[in-house]
Design a protein around this ligand. Structure first.
Ligand code: F6R
Length: 614
């Protein structure tokens, strides 16, 4: 969950590292640090607890110099709290060697004991300093060959790690390695980069190389070499980054989240683009892969957090259109029970980052058990797609705010496309209207943004002192209730819970007292008069107990009006498309309420965007 950047080239590295870290800060923001080797072969290092701004201010007051080789890190604490000492880089070999790390070194305790027994003294509580000390010892004992020492060390580490190192005696060289944690290479002209993701270097180059699991990379200004952990050269996979640096800038918006909420029409349009041909959904990435979908008895969709709520919408769509039993499993639960899966199971994983460790482990587990695997991912070159038999990319563009918004809409859209594609391939699809409706989805999202933004913002301002909000939904409205509650919890720190509306009288209705705000996602009566009438009954039940009812309903749904304190309208849409529209006001509400409370909506406390530890 930490962000990592490395640079070698002709330019002073300090500013390049800080700019790279600014783009990676979403990965962790409790401390940050950089190390730079200058032309005289001196290694300078600065690290600070707090957000990147603290480090940046310190460097403005006292720059590290003109060194053109450097590494930088932004941290989400695992071992040891967020202090200056625990921040990265960690130094060894009398301050001549610097190391940064993302992940968890699981065998750090015995390694630390081994080094302590030799008289090594540690300054921090981190597992990373153990790796640095190990590297320092190896480097000294092999006569100063950084690459050989690095290879020896990574072979001793267990767990998940991306590790970068440089030594002042070898300026112009940064070495890196990855195991179950991300690292990509950026290829420049006379300069090269390393980063946790392409955001680290996209302002300098859009040419990149993806590195596989258990591989080591060495970059100099003119060369990049990649080997496996045994030292055997391997080919890294080239790719072009499809978005430019401007896409990852705030561009005048108050927050990245505000920008990303507003970008949803475009994110959804980009996810659909090129995937509807002659009235049919055809996903080019799945050409020749019909075997993934034919002859299966079961689909399991696995994901975490917001992505798992997209998965729940996907369950309804795949069952309806592709007629195959579909379950949703939280990745961290799926992986640690003994699920009944085999070659008749398709395991679909969903991940914006493509690096979520829980989801990655679930995919690997499914493959080991012989299941077919497909991932839905937003990040090129990420690990989860590389570990899957197939990938359908969402094209939402970079999502920087920690709270996921446009990636969620794009994930649901990709699942709708996939459900329709599977239905066609399995020769069971009858709902041709759904394919036709895809094209109008971006425009309908834009209409919700335009018509409801001010109304919902005002509502949130009125409710800034609220201490608890409940969300209810049925059918595909249920995952949206869960997502509405998660958005509110994570950025405004208000107690919020989402329920299936039918579950209310089995317990949660006890929470209703006069004035309790409850959002209710009401499905269109055009899809099912029965489901609609059940939700209207649920509204009456909570209203009778004094709840303040805020309804999200289709334009023209008069049946809800007598029982609602507030009505938020969404345009008419097919049943499976309503979630993408209904979630928008809930995102706006969470964002406006957090803003009214004076909170940082982009970087909520305790969280990081890419959860690369289990
Ligand atoms: C919530 C949020 C998280 C992520 C979850 C999975 O707003 O962003 O719940 O959805 O951590 O992340 P990815 O999609 O990167 O696997």
């Amino acid at each position: 969950m930490c962000g990592i950047v490395g640079y070698v080239g002709p330019r002073p590295s300090q500013d390049i590292l800080i700019a790279g870290l600014a783009r990676l800060e979403y990965r962790g923001y409790d401390s940050a640090g950089i190390a730079v080797i200058d032309g005289d072969g001196n290694l300078g290092m600065r690290k600070k607890a707090g957000k990147l701004a603290v480090l940046r201010d310190s460097l403005e007051d006292a720059p590290l110099g003109q060194g053109t080789t450097g590494i930088g890190h932004t941290r989400w604490a695992t071992h040891g709290g967020p202090t200056d000492l625990n921040a990265h880089p960690h130094l060894a070999d009398d301050g001549k060697l610097a190391v940064i790390h993302n992940g968890i070194i699981e065998n750090f305790a015995p390694l630390r004991d081994e080094l302590v027994a030799e008289g090594v003294e540690f300054l921090s509580e981190t597992d990373t300093e153990v790796a640095a000390a190990l590297l320092g010892r190896e480097y000294r004992s092999n006569g100063g060959d950084l690459q050989a020492a690095f290879q020896a060390v990574v072979n001793r580490l267990e767990g998940a790690f991306t590790l970068l190192a440089m030594h002042q005696d070898t300026p112009g060289l940064v070495v890196g390695a990855r195991r179950n944690s991300p690292l990509v290479i950026g290829l420049g002209e006379g300069e090269n980069f390393l980063g946790s993701d392409v955001a680290a270097f996209v302002e300098h180059t859009r040419k990149a190389l993806a590195i596989g699991q258990d591989q080591i990379v060495a970059i100099t200004p003119d060369a990049v070499t990649v080997t496996d952990f045994a030292g055997t050269p391997v080919e890294a996979e080239p790719f072009d980054v499809s978005w430019d640096a401007a896409a990852a800038e705030k561009g005048g918006w108050a927050s990245f989240m505000a920008k990303e909420v507003a970008e949803q029409p475009e994110a959804v349009a980009n996810t659909i683009r090129g995937r509807v041909q002659d009235g049919e959904v055809v996903i080019p990435e799945l050409d020749g892969l019909d075997d993934l979908f034919v002859g299966i008895n079961r689909v399991i969709i696995t994901a975490c957090g917001t992505a798992s709520y997209a998965a729940l919408v996907g369950k309804y769509a795949i069952e309806q259109w592709a007629r195959v039993a579909t379950d949703v499993e939280l990745a961290h639960e799926f992986r640690y029970r003994d699920p009944v899966i085999g070659d008749d199971t398709l395991v679909i994983s969903i991940s914006q980052s493509g690096e979520t460790m829980d989801t990655l482990m679930a995919v690997k587990y499914a493959r080991e058990r012989g299941a077919r695997t497909l991932s839905i991912c937003n990040t090129q070159g990420a690990t989860i797609p590389r570990e899957s038999d197939a990938v359908v990319y969402t094209h939402a563009g970079p999502e920087v705010a920690v709270a996921s918004t446009k990636a969620f809409s794009a994930q649901i859209t990709a699942l709708l496309l996939l459900g329709l594609h599977m239905g066609r391939v399995r020769s069971v699809l009858t709902d041709t209207a759904a394919v036709a409706e895809l094209a109008s989805l971006p425009e309908k999202i834009a209409s919700v943004l335009e018509k409801e933004n001010d109304h919902v913002t005002q509502l949130a301002n009125w409710m800034a002192d609220t201490r608890s909000v409940l969300f209810l939904g049925r059918h595909v409205g249920y995952p949206i209730a869960l997502e509405g509650a998660l958005k509110l919890k994570e950025i405004s720190y208000i107690h919020a819970e989402g329920f299936a509306a039918g579950e209310l009288k089995h317990g949660p209705i006890a929470l209703i007292e006069p004035g309790q705000p409850v959002f209710v996602i009401v499905p269109s009566p055009r899809h099912s008069a029965l489901i609609h009438s059940k939700v209207v009954s649920n509204i009456q039940e909570i209203r009778a107990r004094g709840a303040r009812v805020i309804v999200v309903a289709e334009e023209g749904d008069a049946a809800v009006l007598p029982f609602a304190d507030e009505v938020i309208h969404i345009p008419l849409a097919g049943a499976m498309f309503e979630p993408v529209l209904a979630v928008v006001p809930l995102q706006i509400f969470a964002m406006a309420l957090a803003t009214a409370k004076g909170l940082d909506v982009d970087q909520p406390r305790n969280l990081a965007k890419s959860v690369t530890v289990e």
